[in-house]
Design a protein around this ligand. Structure first.
Ligand code: EPS
Length: 389
C-alpha cells in the first residue's frame, strides 16, 4: 500500500512529506521532482509569495544511489519566507506578542472561524497556517514519486485548465494537446486554446482590479492506464470514489467530476454511455467515446482516466466581505493578507499529484512487488492475460 503524509505550515521553517510503500529500486530523478514543484509555482493571478520561494525537494531518507530502497521516503521543502516569520511564530515558548499578525476577523470561506472554534483559539493564525494551499507543495513532491513509479509502467499524467471565472474552453482537447500544455512553462493559464486563454487572462485581470478572486475548473488526465484497477466489489474499493476524495481534499476544491459526470445527470442514457465494439485486428475492445472518464463500476476500463476539480474562488479578498470579530463579536470586515486571486493552473498540478498517488496505490494493490522488477513482472503477466482475453 502506498501511503503519504505531509506536515508543515505556510510560514513555518519547511514543508515535509513522507511516502511509504514504493517498491525498491525505483529510479528517482530529483530534477523531475523539482520541475514539478516549479510547475506548481507558476500561473497567472498569483500573489507575491511565489517571488520569494524557489521550491526544491531535499531528500532525507528512502533513496540511495538515485533509487528507492523500499524504506519510507522523507523529504523537505524549505520555506524561504520563514526568515520573515521566525520571530512571530517561534517554535519555542516566547513572550513575543504576534501583534498585527493576529487574525481575529475570520475570512468567510476559509478555515479561520470553524478551525479556531474547533481548536479553541481566538486567533485564526494558528489555523490558516496549516489550512493554506502552500501545503500542496508537499503533495506535489510526494506525487512526483508516484509519477516516477507510474512512468515505469507506461502510465502518464497531465492537466490543463478548462475554466477560469466565467470563461470556459468550449472544445474537447486531445491527450497530445493536454500533455503539451501541461508541460508548457510559458503558458500563463495552461489552456490548450490561446484565444480562450487570452479571455481567461482578462477575467483574472478584472478580478484583480475589482479586489476580487476567481475560481475555475482543472482537468487531470491519466493516460495508458490498464483495465482493472480498483474494484466494484466494495464501496471503499471503488477507484472513482478514491479519486474524488483525493481531488476534493485539495484546498478550494468544492466539486469533483469524473468524465462527463455533471452533464450526464441531465442527459438521456443513450447520450451518455460509451458504446463498446471489438477491434479484431488490434485484438482489443474499443469504446466509441469516453464519457465515463475511464471508470466503469469503480474499475478502470483502459480508456484515459479523466478527473475534474471545481475550484471556488479563493476566500482572501482585497475587497473584504463582512464577518464578525472573534474577540469583540462586533461586525467587521474580514482580514486581508497577501494572497493569490487565481490558482487554477497550480491547483491542476496538485490535482495531478493526488491522482498519481491514488493510481500508484491502485497499481501496487493490484500488482504488488517489493522491488520494481517484481512489480513489473506481475504487471507484464497480467497485461498478457488482458491481451489474451
Ligand atoms: C501558497 C502560498 C501562500 C498563498 C496561497 C498559496 O502564501 P502567502 O500566504 O504567504 O501569500 O499565496 O495560499 C492560499 C491561497 C491560502 O488560502 O492560504 C502557495 O505556495 O501555493
Amino acid at each position: 500500500m502506498l501511503r503519504f503524509y505531509t506536515a508543515g505550515e505556510s510560514h513555518g521553517q519547511a514543508l515535509l512529506a513522507f511516502v511509504s510503500g514504493l517498491p525498491a529500486q525505483l529510479p528517482i530523478d530529483v530534477d523531475f521532482i523539482n520541475q514539478e514543484l516549479h510547475r506548481r509555482q507558476l500561473g497567472y493571478g498569483r500573489g507575491g509569495r511565489q517571488k520569494i520561494e524557489k521550491d526544491r525537494a531535499e531528500i532525507f531518507a528512502g533513496v540511495r544511489h538515485g533509487k528507492t530502497i523500499g524504506a519510507p521516503v522523507a523529504l523537505r521543502i524549505e520555506n524561504r519566507d520563514w526568515s520573515n516569520w521566525e520571530k512571530i511564530l517561534p517554535v519555542e515558548a516566547s513572550e513575543d506578542d504576534p501583534g498585527t499578525k493576529k487574525l481575529v476577523a475570520p475570512r468567510p470561506g476559509h478555515a479561520d472561524l470553524a478551525g479556531s472554534q474547533k481548536f479553541n483559539y481566538h486567533d485564526a493564525r494558528y489555523i490558516l497556517e496549516r489550512a493554506s494551499a502552500r501545503e500542496t507543495a508537499a503533495r506535489v513532491a510526494a506525487g512526483a514519486f508516484a509519477k516516477l513509479f507510474l512512468r515505469e509502467l507506461g502510465a502518464e499524467i497531465a492537466s490543463h485548465t478548462i475554466q477560469v471565472g466565467h470563461i470556459k474552453l468550449d472544445r474537447a482537447a486531445t491527450w497530445e494537446q493536454i500533455r503539451n500544455i501541461s508541460g508548457n512553462l510559458e503558458s500563463p493559464l495552461r489552456c490548450v486554446d490561446p484565444a480562450t486563454e487570452e479571455k481567461m487572462k482578462a477575467e483574472v485581470d478584472a478580478a484583480l482590479k475589482a479586489g476580487d478572486t476567481v475560481g475555475g475548473i482543472f482537468e487531470v488526465v491519466a493516460h495508458n492506464i490498464p483495465v482493472g484497477l480498483g474494484s466494484h466489489a466494495q464501496w471503499d474499493e471503488k477507484l472513482d470514489g478514491k479519486l474524488a476524495q483525493a481531488v476534493m481534499s485539495i484546498q478550494a476544491v468544492k466539486g469533483v467530476e469524473i468524465g462527463a459526470g455533471v452533464t450526464a445527470a441531465g442527459s438521456y442514457g443513450s447520450e451518455v454511455q460509451d458504446e463498446i465494439s471489438y477491434d479484431k485486428s488490434a485484438r482489443r475492445f474499443h469504446r466509441s467515446s469516453n464519457r465515463a472518464g475511464g471508470l466503469e463500476g469503480g474499475i478502470t476500463n483502459g480508456e484515459d482516466v479523466i478527473v475534474r476539480g471545481y475550484l471556488k474562488p479563493i476566500s482572501t479578498l482585497r475587497r473584504a466581505l463582512g464577518t464578525a470579530d472573534m474577540v469583540t463579536k462586533e461586525p467587521v470586515q474580514a482580514a486581508y493578507e497577501r494572497s493569490d486571486w487565481c490558482v487554477v493552473p497550480a491547483a491542476g498540478v496538485a490535482g495531478e499529484a493526488m491522482v498519481a498517488l491514488v493510481l500508484a496505490d491502485a497499481f501496487l494493490q493490484k500488482f504488488g512487488g517489493d522491488s520494481l522488477a517484481e512489480t513489473r513482472r506481475n504487471f507484464d503477466h497480467y497485461a498478457r492475460q488482458i491481451d489474451e482475453f
